[in-house]
Design a protein around this ligand. Structure first.
Ligand code: NAP
Length: 393
């Protein structure tokens, strides 16, 4: 019988198919099909380079096996097999102490592994793939940024008609751009966060909204931004099983975002407003954009009462004013944030530009230090308890 070995695997339920791991892996050990991202055990040297860049923690999974799971097995999975189901034609014997010791040594990831909030609803994931996509119809496409702004952000509504496509706030979907690339291969699926609550733009409608910024040479962002009412779109997913909203009305939710990273927080806010308007938990939004004209949902946000959502805006490019980032506002709000951080009912969500992650972390570290709290320990505990979530690109 083969000696046990540690195999690196990707959790298909949590993976949002962003391709970061495949781009990062120096050994080309990570690959994908229309269904899953997978790790080739014959190439992976456990270097860990892919662990930190993964926005969801789905990359940080390990099993002790006697024969590694093949690529075909991994492509077929809807969920990870449990540890203990030893592979390679084993007799399914109970895992022994030697194997458990090896598993204990498994790497747990930089900053720990993502966990969903304890009170979050159970999400459906990966119901539709490229070769079995859900077809949605565009029922709205509105510009979200001011007409004077050169930042062109769209709110696009996709209706699924009779197709069952159940989602939760914080999940993402894949959009399949039509056509093929210069090598004749179908274009890669692009991911977008859902910007609407679970029951649709209006209660009990079978639709969802996306927040999409037109990028100058962006194939998919231009395709989506140009969609017209009545157009049909191929959709995959939904994806993501950890960046989810707590269902507990007493949960305090601190949301920190830049630009279109605001998408999931629109979903969070609308769901709380709709399902628990008198919730005792606080919702607080730190939102960074270049100028008010460039801030998605600027107008509608003005109409959300402070009692439902505390709003703090950071503008970086107002002429003759100093640049302000979300992390500056976090420092300004230090005292009230520290009070919230002391509560086990408090959750933090960070979404947007990759670069903000470090700045936000440093700001939270600073405000905790002034109150004799240890941010790194608190953050790791919050992550383990499903109360700290980061999704940055
Ligand atoms: P953006 O307009 O480029 O930037 C928004 C603001 O963030 C600007 O004020 C910018 O300031 C500021 N900023 C730049 N670097 C920063 C840093 N290190 N720390 C804090 N603030 C910083 O934003 P965007 O293009 O909308 O980008 C949003 C990001 O969210 C993208 O990376 C996107 O992939 C991601 N995202 C999108 C979705 C979606 O569904 N569409 C979902 C999740 C995440 P400056 O004036 O200095 O540039």
């Amino acid at each position: 019988m083969n000696a046990p070995l540690k195999q690196h695997l990707i959790d298909p339920e949590i993976c949002i198919r962003c391709n970061t791991c495949e781009e990062t892996c120096p050994e080309d050990a990570i690959t994908h099909d229309n269904n899953n991202y997978v790790v080739d055990a014959t190439k992976c040297n456990l270097c860990m380079d892919c662990i930190q860049p993964c926005p969801t923690g789905s990359i940080d999974n390990w099993r002790i096996v006697r024969s590694p799971y093949s690529l075909d097995e991994q492509y077929s999975w809807g969920e990870l097999p449990k540890q203990g189901e030893l592979t390679g034609g084993d007799d399914g014997e109970a895992i022994d102490s030697e194997v458990l010791a090896l598993l204990d040594q498994a790497h747990t990831g930089v900053g720990g592994k993502s966990v969903p909030p304890a009170s979050a609803a159970k999400p459906a994931v990966n119901l539709y793939q490229r070769n079995h996509a859900a077809v949605a119809t565009v029922t709205g496409n509105f510009r979200l940024t001011h007409q004077d702004s050169d930042v062109d952000v769209h709110h696009v509504i996709l209706d699924f008609g009779e197709v069952a496509f159940s989602v939760l706030e914080g999940q993402s979907i894949g959009i399949v751009p039509p056509g093929v690339d210069e090598e004749g291969k179908p274009h890669r699926v692009r991911l977008y966060s859902i910007a609407s609550p679970r029951h649709g733009e209006r209660p009990n409608t079978n639709n969802l909204a996306l927040t999409v910024k037109r990028e100058p040479n962006g194939l998919c962002s231009n395709y989506i931004s140009d969609l017209k009412k009545g157009d049909q779109v191929n959709v995959t997913g939904p994806f993501g099983a950890t960046f989810l909203m707590p269902n507990d009305p007493s949960a305090n939710i601190i949301m920190i975002c830049t630009g279109t990273g605001s998408a999931p927080f629109r979903g969070f806010t609308e769901w709380r407003r709709r399902s628990m308007p008198s919730a005792p938990g606080r919702m607080l939004l730190f939102f960074g954009a270049r100028r008010p004209q460039d801030l998605p949902y600027f107008g509608p946000l003005q109409n959300v009462p402070e009692s439902l959502l505390g709003k703090r805006f950071a503008y970086s490019r107002i002429p003759s004013e100093e640049k302000v980032y979300v992390q500056d506002l976090i420092r300004q709000e230090g005292a009230s944030l520290v009070a919230l951080l002391c509560s086990t009912a408090t959750h933090i969500y960070v979404c947007g530009l990759k670069g903000m992650e470090q700045g936000v972390d440093a700001a939270l570290d600073d405000i905790c230090r002034t109150a004799n709290l240890r941010w790194r320990e608190l953050r790791d505990a919050m992550r383990t308890e499903g109360r700290y979530h980061v999704e940055t690109y």
